[in-house]
Design a protein around this ligand. Structure first.
Ligand code: GUN
Ligand code: ZN
Length: 430
């Protein structure tokens, strides 16, 4: 048995602070003990140091804070090369930038190269788990799973399903989507730490037949996820009402095709009605909130108060490449700004919950990751509290943990991540 020990300031969340109050632990001088890639225990250094095995060396991270790895609940790996493409709303942005970029993934080499870069970039930003969109090409999902498997990451991904509303070379031909999805589920779902998500892009790019096929696949494979977009942008919603005139609203399209359940993650939900919130909540599905994307694409400001009122599960996503940063710290900061503009102050504890344990819950992985409960897989990061001169100066005088975490989420970004660990193994070091 291999035992490792990490000494630093240590922070993690035990529950949802919005519902459970001060559900966090913070050890100013803490020790995290890891055995065979799993958390053995976490607590004050002076209490735990004496319990270590005689040969265990302590790695001391001075001026660092160790916390669980970030969880990105909505991201597109094929869109790394179109981040920051100028000046379009969603439907034009897809046609002008996204679809041409995704067409390049018919080449398996492009899939492999981009997946390699993408996984590196996740880890460089302290993100240890994610729910990932591929392209319509089967090889894109294969490449994503292969790269995540190399790093032993807990990650869910899927091949996109599209059979209309995009250039012909990006559409599943008859029966292609079903056959490829079936092969990918068999090959990857439940393998190591990987999981599959059936991934219809969104209602405008699938016919009713394809959505029904996706619903049937979900019924045949109850443990897989469903991952799609919904109610992101006003023009998108109008398109859906034109394409599905019999549906009572956008959610109804997915409901009618058997795609809404407790393993469904719907990205965005900027424009939800009370009825949709009630039905999402009752189904156990959840929303991935993507504030940098919503502001960049001009989609709007999500309504956290409404989601809370209806007990709709939610967490954070970067939505690269509509989103503008891989960093969950930057995403938390953007979420705070969105909430401010809606007259709600998002606390640091709420934000860090959404980026860690809340994300794990949304993706159904909280049994394994999200905090340092004994027995969980040891995915964690070390944040450099002196990452930049300004960060060092600003954080130096802070004594209260909530204020410290707040300043970290507002000022922090990838520069603050000094090391990333997956199952106790260092996979990125600044
Ligand atoms: N809706 C459908 N596809 C996409 C996409 O690729 N990005 C975003 N932000 N929204 C979408
Ligand atoms: Zn998206």
């Amino acid at each position: 048995m291999v035992q490792k020990a990490y000494r630093a300031q240590i922070f993690h969340l035990l529950d949802d602070p919005y519902l459970a109050g001060d559900a966090y632990q913070y050890f100013k001088d803490g020790l995290l003990i890891v055995e065979d890639g799993h958390v053995k225990t976490v607590g004050p250094y002076r209490k735990l140091a004496g319990t270590l095995r005689p040969n265990t060396k302590i790695q001391h991270y001075k001026n660092h804070l160790i916390m669980p790895g970030f969880i990105d609940t909505h991201i597109h790996f094929p869109q790394v090369d179109i981040i920051g493409s100028y000046g379009r709303q969603l439907m034009d942005w897809l046609q002008d930038y996204t679809f041409p970029a995704e067409a390049a993934f018919k080449d398996p080499k492009v899939c492999a190269n981009t997946a390699r870069f993408f996984v590196k970039e996740l880890l460089r930003n302290g993100t240890t788990s994610a729910l990932v969109f591929g392209t319509v090409h089967e090889a894109s999902a294969d490449a994503m799973f292969m790269e995540a498997q190399k790093k032993n990451m807990r990650l869910i991904a899927g091949k996109v399903l599209m059979d209309r509303g995009a250039p012909k070379n990006l559409l599943d031909g008859k029966d292609m989507g079903r056959a490829a999805t079936t092969r990918l589920i068999k090959k990857w779902h439940g393998k190591d730490r990987l999981g599959y998500a059936i991934t219809p892009r969104f209602a405008p790019t699938s016919t009713s037949e394809q959505l029904a096929m996706a619903g049937t696949l979900k019924a045949q494979n109850p443990s897989v996820h469903v991952h799609t977009h919904m109610c992101e942008n006003k023009n998108e919603i109008k398109t859906v009402s034109e394409l599905f005139p019999d549906a009572s609203d956008y959610l109804d399209v997915y409901e009618k095709h058997g795609l809404v359940g407790d393993k469904t993650v719907l990205a965005h939900g900027v424009h939800l009605s009370a009825s949709m919130c009630k039905r999402i909540s009752a189904s156990g599905a959840g929303m991935s909130l993507c504030p940098t994307s919503n502001m960049f694409i001009g989609s709007g400001l999500f309504k956290l108060a409404q989601l809370r009122r209806h007990k709709v599960r939610h967490a954070l996503g970067t939505d690269i490449g509509g989103g503008t940063s891989f960093s969950l710290l930057t995403t938390m900061s953007a979420a705070y700004s969105v909430c401010q503009l809606r007259d709600l102050s998002l606390s640091s504890m709420d934000a860090f919950y959404m980026a860690t344990l809340g994300g794990a819950k949304l993706l159904g992985m909280d049994k394994y990751v999200g905090n340092f409960e004994p027995g969980k897989e040891a995915d964690f990061i070390a944040l450099d509290l002196k990452a930049t001169p300004l960060v060092a100066r600003r954080l130096k005088g802070i004594t209260r943990i909530k204020a410290l975490m707040f300043a970290i989420m507002i000022l922090g970004d990838d520069r603050m991540i000094s090391e990333t660990f997956v199952m106790g193994k260092s996979v990125y070091k600044k």
